[in-house]
Design a protein around this ligand. Structure first.
Ligand code: F6P
Length: 322
């Protein structure tokens, strides 16, 4: 194998740069050239590329975002878009492509492999941590730390004013960020799409807490929860029990920032192993971390298997909130 390509796709997350660096440096070590594709599959369709070498990825391990840029490329779903992308791959002389992104990006990589015979390897990178085949996705832990820092600060003001705060975190349809950040931040309630939300019960518990002398309450809600967004939930709680409620929607703050040590190491391990997988001629695979070991799965594992939330952790959060 002489040359491979690498791209980042979908929502950016911290650790993508560390992963690009690992792919490039491992490939260089193996005597393989690397071409960077800008703006994910959008750039692949347009032939937007740049050569990458060990030097071009220096000084990026600690940076959030992605030096290659990223995009949600709708056009890539269509046959025509994929044909353009496969033309680019052949023109650039790329013998394998590494796709760093979430499950939507993995579907793109799967199509390129299945329909256009381009060997691809997926590396799970999304703050949502919603990809089966990896206990952790790149960017999740950094996003958690950002959310946690916000929750801790909100606790200070919530206690000072004896208020209820509702903190909305990202995660799309997954409750991972809400559950982990909520548990770590000592939230009184954690509302996630994986569990039924009963606002009457939430209000009952809030009142019970107040009767016991609680001076502040924090509800962490995942953006995909059935009860709605933080503002809607806040309005309903105010109407039901007359609490003074304040809302904080953390939004895209959770996506940026310097990656944590765990994200840098995860990105480095998965990036280096993805090169090995391609070098062996294994196309249509993803690499993931299971019980601290790098494992390889078919790309479709990412959407055919559902990554379940840890219900024991959820139960524990309920016990901790008494
Ligand atoms: O998948 C990552 C994510 O940040 C989700 O948590 C969120 O729902 C979505 O992307 C937001 O997407 P965009 O940046 O396109 O608004």
């Amino acid at each position: 194998m002489k040359r491979i390509g690498v791209l980042t796709s979908g929502g950016d997350c911290s650790g993508m740069n560390a992963c690009i660096r690992a792919v490039v440096r491992k490939a260089v070590y193996e005597g393989i050239e690397v071409v960077g594709i800008r703006r994910g599959f959008a750039g692949l369709m347009e032939g937007d590329s740049c050569p990458l070498n060990a030097h071009s990825v220096s000084g990026i391990i600690y940076q959030g975002g992605t030096i290659l840029g990223t995009a949600r490329a709708e056009g890539f779903l269509a046959e025509e878009g994929q044909r353009k992308a496969s033309d680019t791959v052949r023109k650039l002389g790329i013998e394998g492509l590494i796709v760093i992104g979430g499950d939507g990006s993995f579907r793109g990589a799967y199509n390129l492999n299945k329909k256009w015979q381009i060997p691809t390897t997926g590396i799970p990178a999304t703050i949502d941590n919603d990809i089966a085949g990896s206990d952790l996705t790149i960017g999740f832990v950094t996003a958690l730390n950002t959310a946690l820092e916000a929750i801790d600060k909100l606790r200070d003001t919530a206690t000072a004013h004896n208020r209820l705060f509702i903190v909305e975190v990202m995660g799309r349809t997954s409750g991972y960020i809400a559950l982990w950040a909520g548990l770590a931040g000592g939230a009184e309630e954690i509302l996630i799409p994986e569990m039924k939300t009963d606002l009457d019960e939430v209000c009952r518990k809030l009142e019970e807490g107040r009767t016991r002398g609680k001076t502040s309450s924090i509800i962490v809600v995942a953006e995909g929860d059935e009860a709605g967004g933080a503002f809607e939930i806040g309005k309903k709680i105010r109407e039901k029990i007359g609490y003074e409620v304040r809302v904080a929607v953390l939004g895209h703050l959770q996506r940026g920032g310097s990656p944590t040590v765990l994200d840098r190491i995860l990105a480095t391990r998965l990036g280096a192993d993805a090169v090995d997988v391609l070098k062996r001629g294994d196309g249509g695979k993803m690499v993931g971390l299971i019980a601290n070991q790098v494992e390889i799965f078919p790309l479709e594992h990412a959407w055919r298997e559902k990554k379940e939330i840890d219900l024991d952790l959820y139960q524990l959060s309920q016990i901790m909130a008494i």
